[in-house]
Write a protein that binds this ligand. Structure first.
Ligand SMILES: [Zn+2]
Ligand SMILES: [Zn+2]
Length: 60
């Protein structure tokens, strides 16, 4: 059972590195495979994946 939890932890870490990492100066990044379902580009800067409509951030 401990091995299963460890495995899930490794997978989640790998996903967060692959997805949350490598954002550009605006806190956004390309999502070429559209894994978020938001299109080819979205923002993070500390939040979950989201879009900026008319340059307005829904978190700010
Ligand atoms: Zn992302
Ligand atoms: Zn934002």
């Amino acid at each position: 059972m401990k091995r299963l939890i460890f495995l899930v932890f490794i997978i989640l870490t790998a996903i967060s590195i692959a997805h949350g990492g490598r954002t550009d100066g605006q806190g956004g990044h390309r999502d070429n495979n559209n894994r978020s379902g938001l299109g080819p580009y979205h923002y993070h800067h500390g939040y979950s994946a989201h879009l900026h409509k008319n340059n307005n951030c829904p978190f700010e």
